[in-house]
Unconditional design. Sequence first.
Length: 88
Amino acid sequence: MAQTSIITVNEKASEITEKLRKFIKFDNEQEDQVYTAYKEYMQATLDLKNVTNVEEGVREKINALLEDKMQAILSEEQYLRYKEFPKE
C-alpha cells in the first residue's frame, strides 16, 4: 500500500508539473524544483488523509508552504501566471 501511495504521489506531481510547464513555460531547473515542491505537497496532503483528527490550520499551512516554494522558484511574471493556473 505504501509503495502504491509513493507511485501515485510521484505520478500526480509529474502530471501537474508537466501541465504547469506548458502553462507557465519554465526551464528544466525550475521544472525539477516544481516537481519536488509538488511531490512534497502531495505527500503531505496524502499523509493528512490518513490522520483521523487533523489540527485546525494544518491544511492552510501546507497550502501556504507550497505557495511560498512556488514563489521562490518562479520569477514574478511566472508566479502571476501560476496564480492563474486552474486548480484541480
